[in-house]
Write a protein that binds this ligand. Structure first.
Ligand SMILES: [Zn+2]
Ligand SMILES: [Zn+2]
Ligand SMILES: [Zn+2]
Length: 334
């Protein structure tokens, strides 16, 4: 069978649509998790979702919808523990992850046949996606993409500086919960593509790659979505061609392709940051390299908590690995 004939088959077309949508949705919400240094939250939700899938399989209801419900409950619980927790927050999360995974395997084992079905969700199974699954994937991923991109300024402000966002009148708690719920939904959407055990990779790796190459928040989220879509569709196509010779699963291929993009972007990122440092910081008409003021809610000043570096006639502040100074209505990167 030629590649053209293969990709004309309905099951391959369903797989391509699902791969494209999850590749766009997972990094869109993943950007805010990375921003808040919660890169492994998707992984935790993925473990909790295993129990949801198992309940769906055993009760003969939809594993996808059962996973959505359990993952959203798990995400709200994780967010509540994170918000309240002080020292033992990570231990509480770990207990939840292991409980989710062990519970799922236990529940699915009660019904002997579903243990192998559970594998499809743990490691992904793009090519067995039904027409109904594709419609659910479409609805849920469009919701995730729409809310992540549409509410990006508010979600960014909350992720960047909770205190400032609260003072500015944003409903910090509501936005944090929204991020947790959208992360849970995108975990369940992506579980058929890359599997629950690798789901976090699709939410985090394209974002990390994008951060190597972009500076402003808007370009980071946009480039992360392009990279996620490229890795998902490209990984599926690669795995399909490789399957002429051997059994190659799309899920791991997608994740390895996303990691390969990171490996390529890493030296480019080092080089462009080096070039940027060599530039004249106050050159005429130069576009500011750091975020402009509406994207930089933290006001630097004496005692603001960031390292102050006196520099010529002004003071620079070291912040998130950047060294910059306020200049008119924006910040200049040094
Ligand atoms: Zn300076
Ligand atoms: Zn700053
Ligand atoms: Zn300037």
């Amino acid at each position: 069978m030629s590649p053209a004939e293969l990709f004309a088959l309905p099951f391959m077309q369903r797989a391509l649509i699902a791969a494209l949508l999850t590749g766009l949705a997972a990094p869109a919400i993943g950007t805010f998790l990375v921003q808040r240094r919660l890169a492994l939250m998707g992984d935790g939700i993925g473990h909790v979702a295993v129990t949801g899938v198992a309940i769906g399989l055993v009760t003969n209801t939809s594993p996808t919808w059962a996973a959505v419900v359990v993952a959203v409950l798990g995400a709200v619980l994780i967010e509540t523990i994170r918000e309240r927790g002080q020292t033992n927050g990570d231990v509480a999360l770990a207990l939840l992850f292991y409980g989710g995974l062990a519970g799922g395997i236990l529940v699915s084992g009660i019904d002997g046949q579903s243990a192998s079905s559970l594998n499809r969700y743990l490691f992904g199974s793009l090519t067995t996606i039904s027409a109904g699954d594709v419609i659910v994937t479409m609805v849920l991923s469009v919701a995730v993409i729409g809310l992540s991109v549409g509410l990006a300024p508010q979600l960014f402000a909350v992720a960047q500086d909770q205190e400032f966002a609260r003072v500015a009148g944003l409903q910090v708690r509501a936005y944090n919960l929204l991020v947790a719920v959208l992360a849970a939904v995108s975990v369940t959407v992506a579980m058929r593509t890359v599997g629950l055990l690798l789901v976090s990779a699709l939410m985090v790796v394209p974002v990390a790659t994008s951060q190597q190459l972009t500076r402003s928040f808007r370009t980071t989220i946009g480039a992360a979505m392009v990279l996620g879509a490229f890795a998902s569709v490209g990984g599926l196509v690669l795995a399909t061609f490789a399957s002429y010779k051997a059994t190659v699963a799309p899920g791991p291929t997608i994740v390895l392709l996303a990691l390969a993009c990171y490996v390529v972007a890493w030296p480019i990122g080092i080089w462009t940051r080096h070039r940027a440092r060599l530039r004249e910081p106050f050159a005429e008409g130069q576009i500011p390299l750091h975020e402009s003021c509406e994207e930089h809610p933290h006001a630097h000043g004496p005692g603001c908590g960031h390292l102050a570096v006196p520099h010529d006639d002004h003071v620079d502040y070291v912040h998130d690995g950047h060294r910059h100074a306020e200049h008119g209505a924006h910040y200049d990167e040094h």
